[in-house]
Design a protein around this ligand. Sequence first.
Ligand SMILES: [Mn+2]
Length: 252
Amino acid sequence: MGDLHGFLTQATTALRSAGLTDDEGHWAGGTDKLWFLGDLTDRGPDGIGVIDLVRRLQTEAEEAGGQVGCVLGNHDMLLYGSKYVPESPVTELRSIIQVWALNGGQENDLSALDDDRATWLAGLPALALVEDHLLLHADTLAYLEFGGTIDEINATMGDIMREHDESTFGTHARLLFNRFDFLDRNGGAENARKLLGQLGGTRLVHGHSTIPETFRVNPSTVDGPIIYADGLAMAADTGIALGAPCVAIKVT
Ligand SMILES: [Mn+2]
């Protein structure tokens, strides 16, 4: 599932429609694997509710022999940084809490982000290789600036999240704002091949750059992912905050 951005009701409905949860909202996916592509919070009404939903399903899926995971999004970093290092500079002019507020940050989410939830966010991987799909939040090569393998990149990102270094946190988060590296006009297929060649997988699946904005389509017409870059990339963020439907995408 692409970016949920606090739209808890839509997420809950989409999960039930996909048969991944039952009528009471509990995990019904058995041994299936369900991954979220980051940006659980901001913009929508209940980011904390989305975090809590993902965490609960993670426990329930594990008990059933399935798997629920989530990669770290830039908005998850913005919210987290706003709690621990609010003055950390993202640009010369703006601190992380300013960037968070200007990009849909919700006071309710920040005030309810306790240490338990924040610690969970800090433990999210930046990248995951699942069934030959390379899952990542942003469609950017910038991940390679954190390391040369998935494990290295995840370890570096975990350190950044846990260290709470006010002087560097914001600029690190900013790297995940980069996007469109896999679109044709930017040498897309070549970039996708580079990332997959280095990190593994046959197709990358990303959120972050919404389908309506990236491919210039009406949000109301989006009903699934778009595969592009010679079939090497899948855009999975339908653009819920733009009014598009929330969809649990089946990838294999
Ligand atoms: Mn997003």
